[in-house]
Design a protein around this ligand. Structure first.
Ligand code: Q9C
Ligand code: ZN
Length: 670
């Protein structure tokens, strides 16, 4: 394993220590603990990319979860099971014989490729251990499910990979080979009538739609499949109409398939809990399942590089707690996706603590759902109320009016006063600037007014993550650590929104000194993505006009330019191509605007160096250099005050970014 030695030692020590502790406490305090099963088997780590290329669905995913549970001392309080291989007959309850045989015999990429080229392009890789891992993943979920159904265990968590919910009857896709949860559900219903399970609720909170599971139980009223996922009108993986709320099942299964398709990313605890309170929980009460199988992907977690959502460990724990009220708490969690190692470990621990009925972890849900969330919830309720009468009531407007706006592009400037102020300021500025001719001012006036009508999210990864520092670029001024003040933007209105995101880009520090911070390297991010890399960014919603003023200041320019450095044409280009190099002499530092995605209609833009400069950093022609203390502290303050990291974690994050060499990677998107 690639875990640092220190971690392994810590685990050893805590294991020794906790063995004694548990021996004493479980007898002395007399509290009856719930029996929670955990499946973990290192063999499932052997499934990997054939030639060691980086991939988000990587072996360490299950290792970090297991180590987190060990370090927290919960594994000693659970029943730990090693992996069990699935039986072909059980796999064939939901898969075709051909598919099972294909996975069984697929010992290398070529074998598989020759048979099913199409499958390979649909987000699948395999090596000589894939088949074994896939059999273990499915068989382990079956084994723990059987034990929970029998009552040998109260609940369980199968920490397995490869994941399962995208796998269809005759197709591997989305990193999945066998549909682990579907196999387990069918096993109970078809093979074990003696256990008395007649109704199964499948809850799929993986950020992706559980297309495989949906299809397998499409006409089956014994299995109620509920999936909440990013959908974006079919634009988010696995895409198409399958994940829409109109897909309710057919024949006897009509009404027994429920999709909650988010229209946007950034959904967090508030959005998920709203879906729970106003869809899943009322339906679960009516359905009254005998057992719950949870497709527990943690890729809707905050910081996930693929998901782009913001569910916290606390949010997951509350969602799970609410499910514990059903089926006498008989819940089997099976890991699906989840690609931020830290997030999946923390979220898994929070969930196991719920299964153990430990004191709930601390957290708060101050945030309120997006407008789009209420829109989706109301649409789902309307579509399904014929089958589930508890969804028929209209939601109180007191509730649905409490919402954060869904981002949209401003098509007209509603704030004409602000505009006039900006003009006034501009006039004053131009009077002060002798080089700014009358004619230029006119041009300037119109570009500013045009760009003030367009909103963007400016994603910052350097000192601007600290809000007071970023505000210097808007309002002018100077904060601790800066050697000179900023002039600020023409339009001094504060950002209309602030949020955080994590992107698969490499953060690094380079160049020797700057005007504003003095000696030391400053932050850049590689415009090329790599799933192993992560840059945390603080997003500010500002106008494109303000974005230009930030760009001017970042590049040491005055803000009284006659034309924008990044106008509407450049914006169109960047949205199409991903990045746009700016005029090289004008913007020597942050001369590359990169589009990281969109939130609703609003593009997310960051500024970094160009690829040719990246090459110079990688070759050593331009130096990489660690940030000076004052500069690093500003980043740390931003990350801590933004709630992304503790101080120690933030320090480690910066240290890591400052000390790793920079490699030029191929661009890759998963
Ligand atoms: N543009 C699970 O989370 N992404 N699978 C493909 C193609 C595949 C995720 C993107 C994501 C699969 C289990
Ligand atoms: Zn997923």
């Amino acid at each position: 394993s690639s875990r640092p030695l220190l971690d392994r030692l810590k685990i050893r020590l805590s294991r020794l220590f906790q063995m004694n502790m548990v021996g004493e406490s479980s007898e002395s305090n007399g509290k009856v603990h719930r029996k929670v099963g955990l499946v973990y088997d290192e063999t499932m780590c052997k499934h990997d990319t054939p030639d060691g290329e980086a991939h988000p669905e990587r072996p360490d995913r299950i290792r970090v979860i297991w180590e987190k549970l060990q370090l927290a001392g919960v594994t000693q309080r659970c029943v730990v099971l090693s992996g069990t291989k699935a039986e072909d007959a059980h796999l064939q309850l939901v898969h075709t014989k051909d598919h099972v045989n294909l996975v069984k015999s697929s010992t290398n990429k070529k074998d598989y490729q020759s048979d099913r080229v199409a499958s390979l392009v649909n987000s699948i890789y395999l090596n000589g251990s894939t088949s074994e891992a896939a059999y273990l993943a499915a068989g382990s979920v079956v084994a723990v499910t059987e034990k929970v159904a029998k009552g040998e265990l109260d609940s369980g968590f199968a920490i397995v990979r490869p994941p399962g919910h995208h796998a269809e009857a005759d197709e591997a896709m989305g990193f999945c080979f066998f549909n682990n949860v579907a196999v387990a559900a069918s096993y109970l219903l078809d093979e074990r009538p003696d256990l008395g399970v007649k109704k199964i609720l499948v809850v799929d909170w993986d950020v992706h739609h559980g297309n495989g599971t949906q299809k397998m139980f499409w006409e089956d009223p014994r299995v109620l499949v509920f999936s909440v996922h990013r959908h974006e009108d079919g634009g988010f993986y696995p895409g198409g109409d399958d994940g829409s709320y109109n897909m309710v099942g057919e024949g006897p299964g009509e009404g027994f398939n429920i999709n909650v398709p988010w229209e946007q990313g950034r959904c967090g605890d508030a959005d998920y809990l709203a879906a729970w309170d106003h869809i899943l929980i009322p339906v679960a009460k009516e359905f009254n399942p005998d057992i719950i199988l949870l497709s527990a992907g943690f890729d809707a977690a905050i910081g996930d590089p693929l998901g782009g959502c913001r569910v916290t460990p606390y949010g997951y724990s509350v969602m799970l707690k609410k499910l514990m009220e059903f089926a006498q708490g008989k819940i089997v969690m099976a890991l699906e996706g989840g690609y931020n190692l830290d997030s999946i470990a923390k979220s898994s621990l929070a969930c196991v603590q719920v299964l153990l009925e430990d004191n709930p972890i601390q957290g708060s849900s101050e945030a309120i759902p997006f407008m789009s969330t209420w829109r989706v919830i109301q649409a789902v309720r309307k579509r399904l109320c014929a089958y589930w009468p508890s969804l028929a009531d209209e939601l109180p407007s007191k509730l649905t009016n409490q919402k954060t706006p869904t981002p949209i592009v401003l098509t007209s400037n509603s704030n004409s006063e602000a505009k006039d102020n900006a003009h006034e300021l501009l006039d004053q500025m131009s009077k002060l600037n002798i080089e700014n001719h009358q004619g230029d001012t006119k041009v300037s006036r119109s570009w500013r007014s045009d760009l003030s009508k367009v909103d963007v999210w400016y994603a910052s990864f350097g000192s601007n993550m600290w809000k007071p520092r970023f505000l210097c670029y808007i309002q002018g001024g100077q904060v601790e650590g800066m050697t000179k003040p900023c002039v600020g933007s023409m339009d001094k209105s504060p950002p209309k929104g602030i949020t955080w995101g994590t992107y698969p880009n490499r953060l690094f520090f380079g160049r020797e000194s700057t005007n504003v911070w003095g000696k030391g390297g400053v932050a850049f991010t590689n415009p090329l993505t790599n799933p192993n890399d992560q840059t945390h960014m603080c997003l500010y919603r500002i106008t494109l006009e303000q974005f230009n003023d930030v760009l001017f200041q970042e590049n040491g320019l005055n803000v009284d330019f006659a034309s924008p450095i990044f106008g509407l044409t450049a914006l169109q280009l960047v949205e199409k191509n991903g990045s746009t190099p700016l005029e090289a002499d004008l913007a020597p530092w942050y001369g590359n605007v990169v589009c990281l995605g969109r939130e609703g209609d609003v593009p997310i833009l960051t500024m970094t160096c160009t690829l040719s400069v990246i090459e110079k950093f990688a070759s050593g022609e331009v130096p990489l250099s660690p940030p000076a203390k004052a500069y690093a502290n500003t980043l740390i303050r931003g990350l801590v005050e933004g709630g992304i990291f503790s101080e120690e974690e933030a320090e480690a994050y910066i240290d890591n970014a400052a000390s790793k060499p920079l490699y030029i990677n191929g661009a890759s998107r998963f």
